[in-house]
Design a protein around this ligand. Structure first.
Ligand code: GTP
Ligand code: MG
Length: 269
């Protein structure tokens, strides 16, 4: 008697991953997830209480990916609830509102909170980060431009997308890139592929350009204390010249930042 061999489940093809959303309260984390999973937008603000959890299945190439989404509350009040959920994440959505500079400035502290809560597990190279510059539909109130957001993200090896949960702009593209990168990472033995990490400029260069763009005055631009001596000013200038010289720095905005520093020096001499 002939029997059919039992069908083997091809474990290589299915994958289970955990992703989390981070960012200040009201930036649109829940709406971005809702727009993708439920194809709808809720204009009324319903604050997430602690954590919202959901599961979705997506197809990446020949693999089925089961995605567990932990949507975090951004309000500081929920810190105690949130901190349990950082561990074992393969992907992080870092969201800010392009109309609220403080929500963009807060991204560093969100990364800080995550690192702190992950403790010894904190290997950021094994996590795919996507930065969502959200609410781009509200063009008139925009205060953080694309260059600044992209620079912050890409200098850290993170993806950057302009999104609107309201109109749906960028949402599908962002999630496709997110899940595809997580799959690549899992297939790459849990390491983010090198091409995504290397963007040709350093975090120090990107952060310096950002500081110069947002500087209040000339002292701030040079990164010295008000009333610094000529020697201190020259030293700061030399450091910036090495860091930002257009021949050496390919980061977006480096040329303008370099010109601004040169101008300051010309005016002050
Ligand atoms: P917490 O859960 O408190 O951390 O907030 P959240 O980041 O999850 O924000 P949520 O998704 O609840 O959205 C906050 C408010 O912003 C709601 O009133 C949304 O309707 C609105 N909103 C979210 N995304 C967009 C967007 O892309 N455009 C516009 N115009 N409004 C948005
Ligand atoms: Mg929410």
């Amino acid at each position: 008697m002939e029997t059919n061999p039992p069908k083997r489940r091809d474990n290589k093809k299915s994958l289970r991953v955990k992703v989390i959303s981070l960012g200040n309260a009201e930036v649109g984390k829940s709406c971005i997830i809702k727009r993708y999973c439920e194809k709808r937008f809720v204009p009324k603000y319903l604050a997430t209480i602690g954590i919202d959890y959901g599961v979705t299945k997506v197809q990446v190439r020949d693999r089925e990916i089961k995605v567990n989404i932990f949507d975090m509350a951004g309000h500081p009040f929920f810190y105690e609830v949130r901190n349990e959920f950082y561990k074992d994440s393969q992907g992080v959505l870092l969201v800010y509102d392009v109309g609220l500079r403080e929500s963009f400035d807060a991204l560093d502290s969100w990364l800080g909170e995550m690192k702190q809560e992950m403790g010894s597990q904190a290997n950021m190279d094994s996590i795919v980060f996507v930065v969502c510059a959200n609410k781009v539909d509200l063009t008139k109130r925009r205060v953080v431009d694309e260059g600044e957001g992209r620079l912050w993200a890409e200098s850290r090896g993170f993806h950057y997308f302009e999104t609107s949960a309201q109109s749906g702009e960028g949402i599908n593209e962002m999630f496709q890139a997110f899940f595809s990168s997580i799959t690549d990472m899992c297939e790459n033995g849990g390491k983010r592929p090198v091409s995504e990490v290397s963007v040709g400029f350093t975090k120090e260069q990107a952060d310096t350009i950002r500081r110069i763009r947002n500087s209040k005055d000339s002292w701030d631009m040079l990164g010295v204390k008000p009333g610094a001596t000529r020697e201190e000013v020259n030293k700061a200038y030399r450091k910036l010249a090495v860091l930002l010289h257009p021949d050496k720095c390919v980061a977006p905005g480096s040329e303008d930042a370099f010109k601004a520093v040169v101008l300051i020096l010309c005016v002050s001499t």
